[in-house]
Design a protein around this ligand. Structure first.
Ligand code: PLP
Ligand code: COI
Length: 362
């Protein structure tokens, strides 16, 4: 059985008129509206990947004893398609998402989807629903959400023998309502996101479920995100609930090293390279919570920002802890943050040259 790379098309007419779709695209928010179609591909033990289809977007029918609903054997990805100045559309580093999807699959004892099938599935959906890709000129994009769930029915705890891979798409504006305004973060002492040997470096729903109570605690403190510390010493800064972190020391940018319990972000990785293009030095290292506060207060830590596909690059303004708070960069977006953000978006939107070959044209 060969793995499908061509997707059988069963498209339908859009349930929305052009004017209705344009009205949604004018203020898409994040993850609120979904396009007209989705891709589905099945995997069955002994048969492998089969039945790749592009079908109308719609509900799934799941048996109440579907294993995913009970034991959370699930993984997902997030990547964006941008409209370029000439009207064509391209996605940002889909092969990196395909590779991370395979790593997440291995960790969650799920079958690996070949990278070319992952990319073909994303391409097919974007081609079909191209009218949903926001116009060139702003920062809006079409967010793609590939994901895989166990499809077997039963309550035994073991890897399933059937899986369903899907891709859905949603037009995306700024993840945070304030756009590039600095967000406040809550440095959590009560909860950790991931543990050594756990699933922190897999993009799997359980990590996000585990973050919700801490996220609610942060919201009660008036913060938009939680900053997590390592689970052993409760000392080393790892990442936010859905974004990586960068610390700016003048013209040197530092991001927490990949310890196995934080997600290897593709934006994080891209910035390690882009920093060099702009004349900055980038390093992976360790930052303790004590160092964060001390360096922010003595002014050597000039900026902090969060980065990820949904968040792009978002400055961190106020940091709150159980023992007081401090402000980064005077609570304003810093110069290095804004330069890196502009350079990244220029590549993604096709405004600037794609020097590293990151854009995948459809
Ligand atoms: N860390 C977590 C926990 C995330 O959910 C994400 C988002 O995908 C990131 C970091 C950033 O990763 P990427 O830049 O690949 O989107
Ligand atoms: C992404 O940036 O793609 C994510 O999955 C993060 C989530 C907070 C939306």
């Amino acid at each position: 059985m060969t793995t499908p790379t061509t997707i059988e098309l069963k498209p339908s007419a859009s349930p929305l008129s052009d004017a209705e779709r344009e009205a949604l695209l004018a203020a898409p928010g994040f993850g609120r509206y979904f396009t007209d179609h989705m891709v589905t591909i099945r995997w069955t033990e002994g048969r492998g990947w089969h039945d790749a289809q592009l079908v109308p977007y719609g509900p799934l029918s799941l048996d109440p004893a579907n294993m995913t609903l009970h034991y959370a054997q699930e993984i997902f990805e997030g990547l964006k398609a941008y409209r370029r100045p000439d009207g064509t559309v391209a996605t940002f580093r889909p092969e990196a998402n395909a590779a991370r999807f395979q790593r997440s699959a291995r960790r969650m004892a799920m079958p690996e989807l070949p990278a070319e099938t992952f990319i073909a599935a994303c391409d097919a959906l974007v081609q079909q629903d191209k009218a949903w890709v926001p116009a060139h000129g702003g920062e809006d994009s079409l967010y793609l959400r590939p994901f895989m769930i166990a499809a077997e029915v039963g309550l035994g705890v073991r890897p399933a023998n059937e899986y369903l891979f899907l891709v859905i798409a949603s037009p995306a504006g700024a993840y945070f309502p304030g756009g590039v305004e600095p967000v406040s973060v809550w440095l959590s002492e009560n909860y950790v996101r991931a543990v050594p040997g756990g699933i922190g470096d897999a993009k799997t729903g359980g990590n996000y479920a585990a973050s919700l109570l801490a996220q609610a605690e942060a919201a009660a403190e008036g913060c938009a995100q939680v900053a997590y510390l390592d689970a052993v010493e409760h000392r080393w800064v790892e990442e936010l609930g859905g974004m990586n972190l960068y610390f700016v020391y003048g013209d040197r940018i530092v991001t927490p090293e990949l310890t196995g319990s934080l997600l290897a972000g593709i934006t994080r990785d891209s910035l390690l390279t882009l920093a060099g293009d702009l004349g900055y030095t980038s390093v992976e290292g360790r930052i303790s919570k004590e160092q964060w506060r001390r360096d922010a207060e003595n002014g050597t830590l000039t900026e902090v920002f969060a980065c990820g596909t949904a968040a792009v690059i978002t400055p961190v303004g106020v940091v709150k802890t159980a023992n007081g708070q401090w402000t980064q960069s005077g609570g304003e977006p810093g110069e290095v943050t804004l330069r890196l953000r502009a350079a990244l978006l220029d590549i993604q939107t096709g405004k600037g040259a794609d020097a590293h070959g990151w854009m995948h044209e459809l």
